[in-house]
Design a protein around this ligand. Sequence first.
Ligand code: HEM
Length: 424
Amino acid sequence: MERPGLITQLGMARSFIKDVYVARAKTEYGARVLRAPVARAITWPGRLDPYPYFDQVRDQAPLSPSPREPNVHLSATHDVCKHILKSREFGVGGRTIVGKDEVEFSMSLLEMDPPEHTRLRRVAAPAFTPRRLTAYGTTIEKTVHERLDAVPPGASFDLIRQLAGPLPIRIISELIGVPEADDGLFLRWGTALGSALEGVHSLRHAQQVLSAKLGLDAMFERLVQERRADPRDDMLSMLVAEEGGAVRPEEILPLCTLLLVAGFETTVNLIGNAVLALMRNPDQWELLAGDPATYAPRVVEETLRYDPPIQFTDRVALQDSTIGGYDVPAGDRVLCILAGANRDPARFARPNFFDITRTDNSDHLAFSGGVHYCVGAPLARLEAEVALQVLAERMPTLHFAAKPKRRNSVTIRGLRSLPVTAGA
Ligand code: HEM
């Protein structure tokens, strides 16, 4: 059976987009696809603000058939998405990535179901214990200060390029055990691989992705050799120590690659989306600037609910399943619109307001749920909290310097640039 692609609708998103172009032919089928809320949410200009379309999906029904693909169902309802993510009747069923035949790579944990998933997840989890987090905290704070020291007083700067991008790459490098000297290469390769999450759109792009993958594999192989001879206190050394036991040798590179892409492409957008929401809601920025230590964690949690960096995921029914009277036959896929579930008025009061004083947002699905619940969640929260706290302490008068630019992606939601200034 053909397996679905990575963090969900890569394939779906691309075929929706293709369909929208085909729909220009104004066939009856095309017209139906064009009107479909999810198609609007992932194409321009709907993509700028996809949330009203997710509301439409939810208003239609808690679960509904995809208007485009047979054997696919959609949900933007909190209860339903949460249920599916936690249910043992659903799994990921061996996802692989990436579009074009030329480039295909394993997504490690994300494509594994229990018991294999449980085995490998146990190996990754110790990298995120509270003891480890305290150690990363020191590097996070140092990096944030260094990045802000480099901004001349009163100058405008791109928050993504100057702070939100470099911070996670430094931290994930430290976690995995990549030397600081290789940060630049790591960033370039990580960005190329991350861009493939949306699907490969041209032969040139496929070549870039492939060469990034080969480059990364070679780097990790070199580092694995080094750690075999000289273990340190990092993920690579942990994996080498478990090699042949809990970890198969061929699982090491995919796990490191997943950590790189998952740890980098998401956290950059959590910080970016948080600052964007704060700049658009100056009263909320005032609150943060008035008491950064108290409000930084609240900003992070509210951003995860209000504008999550990963908008969708999917699951496959491992057996015939019925949810609230709606049948999902074995083998069918459900697209869980995490970003839509986070705006479900049945779960969150005034869901379309960005409100850092709210207390009802802890049950958001930004980090998914069930066995695949984001293993890096505590680290992502810590990075974003420190970044926002230090930013608000050092630049309390921060405001937009120019219009932000959105990145051209669908599953991953974030900005390409966010020009800001603390000056006049
Ligand atoms: C704001 C930041 C982040 C967001 C929004 C995020 C979101 C997610 C989501 C939605 C999933 C589950 C996908 C699914 O259920 O199909 C996931 C899984 C994962 N994330 Fe994160 N993530 C973030 C940061 C990180 C960081 C910093 C790391 C590592 C350093 C990380 C590593 C992982 C890994 C390894 C998995 C796979 C877990 C598994 O399958 O058991 N993530 N993340």
